[in-house]
Design a protein around this ligand. Sequence first.
Ligand code: ATP
Ligand code: 3PG
Length: 396
Amino acid sequence: MSDFSTLDDADLAGKRVLVRVDLNVPMENGRVSDTTRIERVVPTIRHIADAGGKVILLAHFGRPKGGPDEINSLRRVAEAMIDHVGHHVSFVPHTIGEPAVAAVTAMKNGDVLLLENTRFHKGEEKNEDAFIDELAALGDIYVNDAFSAAHRAHASTEGLARRLPAYAGRSMQAELDALTRALEKPERPVAAIVGGAKVSTKLDLLGNLVKKVDILIIGGGMANTFLAAQGKDVGKSLCEHDLTDTARQILANAGKCEIVLPVDATVAKEFKAGAASRVVDVDNVAPDEMILDIGPKSIDAITAILQRAKTIVWNGPFGAFELKPFDTGTTRVAQAAAKLTESGSLVTVAGGGDTVSALNGAGVADHFTYLSTAGGAFLEWLEGKVLPGVEALRRR
Ligand SMILES: Nc1ncnc2c1ncn2[C@@H]1O[C@H](COP(=O)(O)OP(=O)(O)OP(=O)(O)O)[C@@H](O)[C@H]1O
Ligand SMILES: O=C(O)[C@H](O)COP(=O)(O)O
């Protein structure tokens, strides 16, 4: 980490420290359902507070469209943080402007304050100078502890690092160190598992990933788009029909990389826990059904691949794991991977907000080689891409 200034280099006492964290945590029924991303930023928050700095947390939540909305407010996340941080975490429902300035001005050394969702302002994703200026006015120095958002060149992830003295936080350091250690020279064959729901933002990455890995196993909503690209009827499944051309190109240009798609699926007519379901081959999904998990034949095929792989990298669950029994595919594959890790025959690295939540739910999180908080950022790092949030921290 000699490329970066870290908290050890920062003079924190009495300083207003803007800390970018990733609090884009899984929620169920209005409550945080997995606290991994919160727990990972606690060392940075405590270090700054204990050194007498004022900790001003910046974070995004979800993908709000055009301004504030209750569903994407960070208020509930602030409440969940208090148990973990060990300091009171105040929350102000503003990111910039007079109320935010007033809240920061009222802070004492060692206080922790969370500002509202940075994405409630269009200047965040556009990385606009005017928004960067408003954020920068709230702090003296900037710390980035959000590796999982470092693939976004946004005001709070990239712009601020150019405006204020910038430091890598403890979690940022730990992620880069651990991923480099586990994956710099991976033992082959390397299998990547990519599933989940963020099809439009992750599909493009697969074109490069096939050049880096020996086997690409595709699951979740991502697989539905590939199945549709092969001309299969995926019914009401989560699927990006306008990206089927991209999916076809990836299949055509996979080169030596073996691409594995589900051969069967668990389908239901309703997206809810306990919905009546049936197992079908992927050719037999009815128009009013949706694929909510991979089926038993796919699970067996994937666990057989794990036996011959030496390293797996995994982002995105195989199904809608929050709704039982559609967690079965993810849980069974995760358990098989954990067992092989324990026996020493497989290195397992997984990342992503929901992926880590699913692995925690499967009871295997402690048995993987490494769990990253990052999903999309992890995949881009794997591709060898420059992550703007990391790049902006490099000493100049
Ligand atoms: N077949 C499916 N149909 C609908 N939703 C699915 C399906 N398979 C997976 N999902 C959903 O995908 C979501 C997780 O996808 P996502 O790409 O956000 O993964 P992640 O691990 O959180 O990565 P990141 O950190 O990049 O967000 C879960 O909410 C899960 O319910
Ligand atoms: O969950 C994530 O991967 C990060 O918080 C980034 O979220 P985004 O994909 O909405 O930018």
